[in-house]
Design a protein around this ligand. Structure first.
Ligand code: GLU
Length: 455
């Protein structure tokens, strides 16, 4: 087969070994001799987790070697050092990243993460996931991601503002409304996007609001953007439940993560009749068999610096137990690598809808598939955010504002169509929803690349 050159096969088997996955049986056995056993740990490198799914989907598609190599390699990786004066007068140097995974479908798109654990491999994986995400929902963007290794919870607003402006200035040749368009991610929101837009605009001598999405409404943000990711989780969850003949009014649900995505997903699922029995965040987890009053939980978190700690509307449970509760629907909406080979066997939900990026390790995939659990994978389930980001960018470029009804109607339609497309692909090729989503995405980017060509 054209694809199997020794290097690629060697790399894949290495990744499989690291991930603990069984290499595809189509790999000729003589290639196996290239492999040196790698240490296998439960924690998974997110880029390797992405690559093992990418590889499996590329194999199913019979992707040629040249396109495979182009699609797997990030186009550009930028690392900057950002010296910032802290409030106490000291100087600290922060490391900032921006990875453009692909600009084949159009300008690259993806959020900026402020978190102490940000590192290049994570940003690379998140950038690639953006490429597949935009392709799955068929919007004309490539994928990118940025991040700064910092702890915004321990920084003042002034320090975060200086850091955001310094990062924007360092990335001035990368960002641009037709080049690379950032957005919020973990640890950032409309406030940071406003500073970014302002800093970028200053260098251009004019207001350029289409350079970033997820802005405050008054600066050209879109109605519906704040809740868009959670809304997409709700829409894909309900579409999956319809296929599985689960009645939402009788279904129970647990949501891990109570930031923007988790809290909106919980709220919107509860509004559609689901009994949200459990919620959690980094501080605590809460359970109420009869269903948690999500509005009350949101109010509590708002008054408590975003934290659920001390919520009185439910019983406190162990944080890790949220993933293995006997509920119908599980929404991991916190961070990467939380459903692993160690806890996947204990999962009792019939449906998992991935609000977070990369919440399931590739080792856990096969366990979940064997259990017959339906998974709406991250690159589909949480694509509502970037879909409405796209609408925001379109509105900025039109110099026009859509009403909320138009935003929601269009994004719901895109999410349902994307779900059905992935579902049909899964049936046609007899693969999981995750591999089907990658297949849909890779096929689209590959076809576009073949038209555009390389050097
Ligand atoms: N950070 C979000 C994501 O992971 C949104 C990206 C965007 O809107 O560009 O999908």
């Amino acid at each position: 087969m054209k694809y199997f050159n020794p290097e690629a096969a060697k790399e894949f088997i290495y990744l499989c070994a690291r991930a603990g996955a069984v290499p595809d049986n189509k790999i000729p056995s003589e290639r196996m001799s290239y492999v040196e056993p790698a240490p296998i740990t439960d924690k998974e490198n997110p880029f390797e987790a992405m690559m093992s799914r990418f590889h499996e989907a590329a194999m199913k598609l019979g992707l040629d070697e040249e396109t495979y190599n182009v699609l797997k390699s990030p186009t550009k990786q930028v690392i900057v050092s950002l010296p910032i004066t802290m409030d106490d007068g000291s100087k600290r140097v922060f490391e900032g990243y921006r990875v453009i995974h692909s600009n084949i479908l159009g300008p690259s798109k993806g959020g900026i993460r402020y978190d102490p654990h940000v590192n290049l491999d994570e940003v690379k994986a998140l950038a690639a996931w953006m490429t597949w995400k935009c392709a799955v929902v068929d919007i004309p963007y490539g994928g990118a991601k940025g991040g700064i290794a910092c702890n915004p919870r321990e920084m003042s607003a002034g320090e975060i503002e200086r850091l955001t402006r310094a990062y924007t200035s360092a990335m001035i040749d990368i960002f641009g409304p037709d080049r690379d368009i950032p957005a919020p991610d973990m640890g950032t929101g409309p406030r940071e996007m406003a500073w970014l837009m302002d800093e970028y605009s200053k260098t251009q001598g004019m207001t350029v609001n289409a350079v970033v999405t997820g802005k405050p409404l008054v600066l050209g943000g879109s109605l519906g953007r704040t809740e868009a990711t959670g809304r997409g989780v709700m829409v894909t969850a309900l579409t999956a439940m319809e296929k599985m003949k689960i009645n939402p009014y009788k279904a129970t649900c647990a949501v891990q993560g109570f930031g923007n995505v988790g809290s909106w997903a919980a709220r919107l699922l509860a509004e559609r009749g689901l009994i949200v029995q459990a919620i959690s965040d980094i501080s605590a987890a809460y359970y109420n068999e009869k269903g948690i009053d999500i509005e009350a939980a949101v109010q509590h978190a708002q008054k408590n610096k975003g934290s659920l700690q001390g919520f009185t509307g439910a019983e406190k449970i162990n944080r890790d137990d949220i993933l293995t509760l006997p509920v119908d629907v599980l929404v991991p909406a916190a961070t990467e690598d939380v459903i692993t080979a160690s806890n996947a066997k204990q999962i009792k939900a019939r449906l998992i809808v991935e609000g977070a990026n990369g919440p399931t390790s590739s080792k856990a995939d096969s366990i979940i598939n064997e259990k017959g659990i339906m998974v709406v994978p991250d690159i589909l389930a949480n694509a509502g955010g970037v879909t409405v980001s796209y609408f925001e960018w379109v509105q900025n470029r039109l110099g026009y504002k859509w009403d909320a009804e138009r935003v929601n109607r269009r994004s719901d339609r895109i999410m349902k169509e994307a779900f059905n497309n992935v579902y049909q692909t899964a049936q046609k090729y007899n693969v999981s929803m995750r591999i089907a989503a990658y297949m849909v995405a890779i096929d689209k980017v590959a076809k576009t690349y073949q038209y555009r060509g390389g050097y």
